[in-house]
Design a protein around this ligand. Structure first.
Ligand code: GTP
Length: 571
């Protein structure tokens, strides 16, 4: 990579996007993140395999990251075996030490970390042990189901069933024994637990505080459920009473005539995920040749939500279309047309990180599943009015907001909404984009999300700069590149980095997080593919940071490489 030339290293787009802003001042250098390439060549040594095999018995009474040792020979070495490109840690003997309960529970609560360290069977065993620990800590009378405190035997049945409620705490809950739906009293369904559990209390029509006049197994359903049912083509006008079974089949009450299956449309499952409604465990019945994501991605791996959003004409439709038609190099849609769903202002697909899954299949003994599931949700292009992007309010647990900007909009004029909401203000379009970006960064639904800025239409931008200076936009008025600007390529690069820095500075003024930036040409499939790989690596890089087990090791490693590589820090 050219240190001062502001060039992107084309050989490895995941490595680093560096900004050297010579036009701003000689000492100012902005850098976009270095994404540490993840190791995928997992080849554990034989001694490693031996120690892993013996772990489930050890885990119960010996150290499993419960000691204070920085690097635990019993567990961290095994984690490191999945990252062979990094230096091996110093082994520290800590076997036999007493378990620190506080550390153990936070570690065991981290299912993703566990799945990196252990085999699926081991994860399952630890999760089972966790359930039993939870059962001991909770008294039955603290849990009220359908209006009645649980009896001890009901509590045993609830926690011992195949799918118990997650993280059960004292409180009041409702339970529909026919579907297995479970929720907090007065709230929408929260999860599916096993069906047919017998409790003293009966499900009340007002259990979830629904107001739709539509009843499922005697419970008046919520508005959100009603919308999902409509999308699943379930006819449910007011005063409908219908019966739903735990496999998703449904019929109208008293008719003894199965009308269909709620879960047979892949889009319904995606939609539920999207709006925070539960989906049943396991996969729906599929046609013989239909690809099945569950054969490669274990069900305990939660899909990560990526939300694609931008002002009108920013290119979100084109990116989404290219993504669907995903992205063969590394990603692929999991369910073809079935998985692509349009609903109100949203379009979404689910896909898996296929290139990594190939590595997993090569080595069935690999301890961690080196792949991820993603849901790409496209919010219909915003037009700048307050009504726009309202569907964003429904989104929960969004991992990444992919904010798309058409670079070539810098000289476009645009009718913005005035105070009354009508589009009458003549304004530079980039200013409107800036306002939309600010509102999304500040949006409560995205407070925990990562932001990736996709600077799109680079090809048009390059052309336009030959005719119109970047300073045509008042926000970019101080763009004055140093040196010769006769070479258009060079000018476009400088202008691109300048815009990236403007957004990064804006983001930094609104949050303490880092803004990730990448370049795109939405109608070039390779460029879209690269952008999604970059986004995938941002997610993984962020997850790596979160894993406290590696924290000390990582900071040592990265600070060492930072000293040697001026491009490795984030701005
Ligand atoms: N030259 C060029 N054209 C692009 C690029 N990205 C998108 N376009 C075109 O720009 C136009 C608008 O792109 P869309 O993807 O429809 O934009 P949108 O954000 O979905 O906005 P709406 O169409 O209003 O919903 C389309 O004609 C695209 O083909 C790009 O990188 N380069």
């Amino acid at each position: 990579m050219e240190e001062n030339g502001g060039k992107i290293d084309d050989d490895d787009d995941l490595d680093c996007y560096s900004i050297a802003s010579e036009y701003i001042g000689p000492d100012v250098s902005y850098e976009l993140p270095r994404i540490q390439p993840l190791a995928v060549d997992i080849k554990p040594s034989s001694s490693f395999s031996d120690s892993r095999t013996s772990l489930p018995t050890k885990a119960g009474n010996q150290c499993l990251v419960a000691c204070d040792a920085k690097y635990c020979s019993n567990c961290l070495l095994r984690a490191m075996a999945s990252m062979p490109q990094q230096p091996q840690p110093q082994p520290v003997t800590c076997l036999g030490e007493a378990i620190d309960e506080s550390k153990l529970s936070s570690f065991l609560g981290n299912q993703r970390l566990l799945s990196r360290l252990l085999t699926p069977l081991e994860v399952e065993q630890i999760m089972e042990a966790q359930k039993q620990r939870a059962a001991k800590q909770l008294r039955p009378e603290q849990v009220v189901v359908n209006g009645y405190p649980l009896k001890p035997e009901e509590m045993v049945a609830l926690l011992g069933c195949h799918f118990p409620p997650r993280k059960l705490k004292p409180g009041r809950y409702w339970y529909d024994k026919h579907t297995g739906l479970w929720g907090k009293e007065g709230e929408k369904p929260d999860s599916f637990v096993s069906s047919d559990l017998i409790f003293t209390g009966k499900l009340s029509p007002s259990a979830s505080n629904g107001n739709t006049d539509v009843y499922m197994n005697d419970r008046e359903i919520t508005k959100l459920e009603h919308r999902v049912l409509k999308m699943a083509n379930v006819r449910c006008p007011r005063d409908t009473h219908f019966w739903v079974y735990d496999d998703g089949r449904y019929e109208e009450e008293g008719q003894n005539n199965i009308k269909g299956n709620i879960w047979e449309k892949a889009g319904v499952r995606l939609l539920c995920n999207l709006v925070g409604l539960p989906v049943p465990h396991g996969q729906p019945q599929r046609e013989k040749d239909e690809p099945n994501i569950s054969t490669t991605v274990p069900s305990y791996i939660e899909p990560k939500k990526l939300v694609l959003i931008g002002l009108e004409s920013s290119g979100t439709s084109t990116i989404f279309k290219e993504a669907v038609e995903m992205l063969s190099n590394g990603y692929e849609p999991s369910e073809h047309d079935e998985g692509v769903t349009q609903w109100n202002d949203l379009g979404f697909i689910e896909f898996s990180d296929h290139s990594m899954s190939e590595t997993f299949i090569d080595d069935l003994h690999a301890q961690s599943p080196p792949f991820s599931r993603y849901q790409l949700i496209r919010v219909n292009a915003c037009k700048g009015t307050n009504k726009d992007c309202r569907c964003v309010n429904m989104l929960e647990d969004v991992r990444v907001v992919v904010f798309c900007v058409a670079l070539s909009d810098y000289d476009q004029m645009w009718l913005s909404p005035d105070n009354m909401g009508s589009r009458s203000l003549h304004q530079n379009k980039m200013i409107q984009i800036k306002q939309l970006f600010e509102s999304m960064v500040k949006h409560p639904c995205f407070k925990d999300s990562l932001f990736v800025l996709v600077l799109n239409k680079y090809n048009l931008f390059e052309e336009k700069l030959k005719q119109t200076p970047l300073s045509a936009c008042e926000w970019f008025a101080d763009f004055s590149p140093v040196g010769s600007s006769t070479e258009n390529d060079n000018l476009a690069h400088k202008a691109y980095y300048y815009v990236a820095v403007k957004f990064k500075d804006l983001y930094a003024s609104l949050t303490t997080k880092k803004l990730y930036v990448c370049q795109a040409e939405a109608n070039d499939r390779d460029a879209v593919d690269k952008a999604f790989k970059y986004i995938g690596e941002v997610v993984k890089w962020d997850e790596e940071k979160e894993e406290t087990l590696y924290h000390n090791y990582e900071s040592d490693y990265f600070s060492e490489s930072d000293e040697n590589d001026s491009c490795s820090t984030t701005a």
